[in-house]
Design a protein around this ligand. Structure first.
Ligand SMILES: [Mg+2]
Length: 291
């Protein structure tokens, strides 16, 4: 079965409230797993590489196991796709859950904000099939979620459509950047200086997207490749608040598989014009850098 081909999966009807409750329980279990590690131990590695290719930190592996344990104990059948382990069959190909146990692992390792648990629940095999998106920022305790057609929420408060703010000279007031390798930033700066008044680099893709959904920033871009696992949950918050996002130009989210493979840069904003403006900043970043 090819999960990248939406037509090959039988779509299922999801109980949004039930899956959201499980996401909450799983995120709190992951938080307990993380906080069991004193800050000085958080750089420990398992010796393996995750499904996304990064070296696995023990904190990522432990948080992932805690999340899987919650869903496995729930009795609900699904398949979990996780950043570290890849596919975990819990009795059915769908729902398909795409999990980043700790988004912003480097921040978590070093003890700085932001870092979050990110869980997407989909009725099919693509990012476009995500129906529940849940992000718990462990550094601020902000709880973000969205359900397809049901809106986006921060700490229980519904997020409405947000205006795009621009400075008097027309530049976007505040833009979040992620994957901030200085070599890529140097290439992007000639465009960004014309388009953006201030940059913010939070170090957690899911959290940056949530901040876009809440109107805290006006656009978001990754300076190099972004994996579906980084954005699958938070993208639903962006869309439920009227925002737009895409990997390759014009590529529908129904064509983006729920997996951990690096793709192009991700751009997000409140208009197609803004997406193309910030995308121009990464036009020269043709050789993504991986650690
Ligand atoms: Mg991670």
């Amino acid at each position: 079965m090819t999960f990248g081909d939406r037509g090959s999966l039988r779509l299922v009807s999801l109980d949004h409230a039930a899956w959201l409750a499980l996401c909450r329980d799983a995120a709190r279990a992951a938080e307990r797993a993380l906080t069991a590690h004193p800050l000085g131990d958080r750089a420990d590695q398992t010796g393996a590489r995750g499904a996304g290719g990064d070296r696995t930190l023990q904190i990522d592996a432990d948080a992932e196991q805690a999340i899987i344990d919650v869903f496995a104990a729930s009795g609900r059948t699904c398949t979990i796709v996780s950043e570290e382990r890849g596919d975990v069959d819990l009795g059915a190909p769908v729902p398909r859950l795409l999990i980043d146990p700790i988004d912003g692992s480097l921040n978590a390792k070093r003890g700085t904000a932001h870092h979050a648990v990110s869980i997407a629940v989909a009725s099919g095999g693509s990012v476009g099939d995500v129906e529940v998106g849940y992000v718990l920022d462990l550094s601020t305790q902000q709880e973000w979620w969205a359900t397809l057609g049901g809106g986006a929420f921060l700490d229980g408060r519904r997020l409405g459509p947000q205006p795009e703010r621009r400075s008097p000279d027309g530049r976007l007031e505040l833009v979040a950047i992620e994957a901030t390798d200085p070599r890529h930033l140097a290439l992007a700066l000639p465009v960004l200086e014309d388009e953006v008044r201030r940059l913010r680099a939070l170090g957690a893709i899911a959290v940056s997207l949530c901040h876009l959904a809440a109107g805290a920033v006006d656009a978001m871009l990754t300076l190099s490749n972004c994996r579906p696992v980084d954005a699958a949950a938070a993208q639903l918050l962006v869309r439920e608040t009227g925002g737009l996002l895409e990997w390759a130009p014009g590529e529908p989210l129904s064509a983006v598989p729920l997996d951990c493979d690096p793709r192009t840069s991700l751009v997000a904003g409140r208009s197609a014009e803004t997406l193309s403006a910030v995308r121009a900043a990464v036009a020269h970043v043709t050789a993504p850098v991986r650690e």
